[in-house]
Design a protein around this ligand. Structure first.
Ligand code: SF4
Length: 691
């Protein structure tokens, strides 16, 4: 089918047909989907059986995508706020009235200083078209503040790029041939399901699976071994493994000499980390550290599936750098089933400058706002160092009132009556409740997009299966129309979604016609990308000592015993907030069938910690620290290790028992690398609710 026909077909309201699509969510699997449309309505959303990593299966969440799209609470006309911020009282207005007023308000602010306007977006869709294309052009042309998009993965991403030269790693398919797989900082069954299928295949062929995670997750249950280390101590564990590799001379000296730089300094550092010291820091036994080092050194090929959970702590960047060095030390990269995968997104030839047009800044250099400190930044006054007070926020593909850290401050910021807030959304989320205008956006079934992946190496297309519901519009169209009202007349603001999709990839690497015909294009990459070095660094070597980063080290938590002993005495429980299995960040919380499976916001607490506080299974508890408190239901379980509680997220605040969620207790201090939030580096106390 040629491109015009594909679009025409998608507009066809009669008969039954199947449309090629891609999952838009922030998940490494980026599934290829087949959407069945009958009489103009989506009746089925399935995994594409022909796509090599999707294998015909979607996770439970996205197999309900039609339910989400046709949800009776979809916002389908623009809404204007009529009640106090946060009250959720809105009236419907026409698109013209909404866009005219928004443009008028933004123009007035921009006349004073366009940096007072801040875009706020993340990975509500991972699509290159409906993400940062027309939106970025709009804000660049406006001269608005830039946004540092740090909220999830920037510590690990920058750390990996510092070490390997890019966000690059193994082909996920080759894990099936690995003999040892370390699943490090990942609950694959919940958040990397298709990798888990491949790991299962490896297990059937005799591979050993080791899970390294503070939580005894569903994945940990099914691995041969689980190392339940304390949150934020992964870097110390990596140093301990290096210690053992050195002491037993299990090193691949040839690989180290030819394909790394900076090893001698790290070698000296690692020698300071005998297993006993590592065990004390990590909350493991010295024998567990020794045995893991032995397995890792002597099992070939050995692969590490690192994921982003472990980098949401102060030392997350350094920990990723240390772990990324391990496959070089044992020469694991020599085999296609050895090495490491944190992200594959750096392999994709995305033409970001063409999509986002930073040239529209025309020499201006706006300040940058870190999305992870939006709570503090919304409450700041103007100053020479900060610049103008934030006067307007335009939020798309994100729900910061629910997901940004330290929500007491985020909510205070969003409540400012002098803040003009526009939210592009599908639903009245916690953030939409604080908007001046809510603009109805299309879902993945209603618009065109193209996708990379951070868990595999296939570019994908998402054809629109149906036309927009109600008066919903694609993000691109909303920014196009705003641009017209702002008087931005550069030709790039007239680019159609198809034109944007065609600009997304370098033509020679991803052929658009093939993308449309097949649904995906596999990138042409070597099977064992670093078997002979060739890292995408200037020297082609893995940078153990990287310019601007130095030699990696263990960096203790902000709120851990090494850095904050008094705080630990007052708040003895470490807390992490991994995702509830049926939610994806804050998406899907309002899909009733999924919320019913989750039940209520849960706090997993170890039986010893529960008994010491008189907390019984299923009782309502108060989780608190100096920043705030929230209520949830205690699940007394060994999924939590002693001294650590797991606050499963991320619930919408208004769907929780007291209108709050786990971010009531998180903080805005940042990681060592990548300026990211430390959601898993938090201390709390927990008490039983009276009565
Ligand atoms: S959320 Fe992940 S596993 Fe689920 S359909 Fe999307 S890409 Fe696939």
């Amino acid at each position: 089918m040629d491109s015009a026909n594909a679009i025409e077909s998608a507009k066809d309201q009669a008969g039954s047909r199947i449309v090629r699509a891609a999952c838009p969510h922030d998940c490494p699997d980026t599934c290829a989907m087949r959407v069945t449309v009958e009489a103009g309505r989506v009746v089925k959303v399935q995994g594409d059986p022909e796509h090599p990593t999707t294998h015909g299966a979607l996770c439970q969440k996205v197999s309900r995508y039609a339910e989400r799209t046709y949800h009776p609470e979809r916002v389908l006309r623009p809404r204007k706020r009529i009640g106090p911020k946060g009250s959720g009282r809105f009236v419907e207005v026409s698109w013209d009235d909404a866009l005219d007023d928004i443009a008028r308000r933004l123009r007035a602010i921009a006349a004073r200083d366009p940096q007072a306007i801040v875009p706020y977006s993340y990975a509500g869709t991972m699509g290159l078209v409906q993400g940062e294309s027309m939106a970025a052009r709009f804000f660049h042309r406006l001269g608005a503040s830039l946004l540092d998009r740090t909220i999830c993965a920037s510590a690990g991403a920058e750390a990996l790029a510092a070490t390997y030269g890019g966000k690059v790693g193994m082909h996920v398919e080759h894990f099936a041939e690995s003999r040892l797989i370390l699943i490090w900082g990942s609950n694959s069954i919940a958040s990397n399901l298709h990798f888990w299928s491949i790991a299962q295949e490896a297990k059937r062929r005799g591979a050993k699976l080791v899970c390294i995670d503070p939580r005894r997750s569903e994945t940990a249950d099914k691995c041969h071994q689980h190392l339940q280390l304390l949150p934020g101590t992964d870097g110390a564990l990596a140093l301990g493994l290096m210690h053992e590799l050195i002491r037993h001379d299990w090193l691949d000296h040839d690989y180290i000499a030819r394909h790394t730089e900076g090893w001698p300094a790290l070698r000296e550092r690692a020698l300071q980390w005998p297993p006993e010291r590592v065990a004390a820091v990590c909350g493991l036994t010295a024998d567990e550290v020794r045995a893991l080092a032995r397995d890792y050194a002597l099992t070939r090929p050995a692969a590490i599936r690192l994921n982003y959970g472990m980098q949401r702590v102060r030392g997350g960047g350094n920990a990723v750098r240390l772990i990324a060095v391990l496959p070089c030390l044992v020469g694991a990269w020599r085999h296609r089933a050895g090495g490491l995968l944190l992200s594959s997104s750096g392999w994709f030839p995305v033409q970001r400058a063409a999509l986002q047009r930073p040239d529209l800044l025309a020499g201006r250099r706006p300040r940058t706002i870190n999305m992870s400190t939006i709570g503090d930044d919304l409450l700041r006054g103007p100053s020479p160092s900060f610049g103008p007070r934030i006067e307007a926020l335009v939020v798309y593909n994100s729900n910061p009132v629910a997901v940004a850290p330290e929500s007491p401050k985020v909510v205070r910021g969003f409540s400012r009556e002098d803040l003009f807030t526009v939210v592009l959304e599908h639903f009245m989320t916690d953030t939409a409740d604080y908007a001046d205008y809510v603009l109805p956006a299309t879902t993945q079934l209603e618009h065109l997009d193209v996708h990379t992946s951070y868990g595999h190496t296939y570019a994908l297309i998402n054809e629109p299966a149906i036309g927009p519901l109600g008066e919903a519009r694609p993000n691109t169209e909303i920014f196009r129309q705003l641009a017209a009202r702002m008087g931005f007349d550069e030709p790039c603001f007239a680019d159609s979604d198809e034109a944007l999709a065609r600009q997304a990839f370098a033509r020679e690497d991803v052929d658009f016609a093939q993308l449309r015909e097949v649904g995906w294009v596999k990138l042409a990459l070597p099977e064992a990308p670093f078997a002979e070095g060739g890292f995408p660094t200037p020297s082609g070597r893995c940078r153990i000592d990287a310019p601007g980063f130095g030699v990696p080290d263990y960096v203790p938590n902000h709120e851990g015993p090494e850095s904050a002993p008094e705080l630990v005495a007052r708040y003895p429980l470490a807390m992490i907030s991994p995702p509830a299995r049926n939610f994806l960040n804050s998406t899907f919380v309002n899909v009733k069938s999924l919320r019913d499976i989750e039940g209520q916001p849960l706090l997993e607490i170890h039986p010893h910690d529960a008994a010491a506080r008189g907390i019984g299974e299923g009782e309502m508890v108060r989780v608190y620290n100096d920043r705030g408190e929230y209520r949830c239901v205690a699940r007394v379980t060994e999924r939590a290790r002693p001294g650590v509680v797991n606050g499963l997220g991320i619930w919408w605040r208004k769907l929780g028992p007291d209108g709050t969620n786990v971010n009531e207790v998180t903080h805005q201090r940042l990681t060592d690398i990548g300026r990211a939030p430390c959601f898993y580096d938090v201390r709390v106390e927990v008490s039983r609710m009276a009565g």
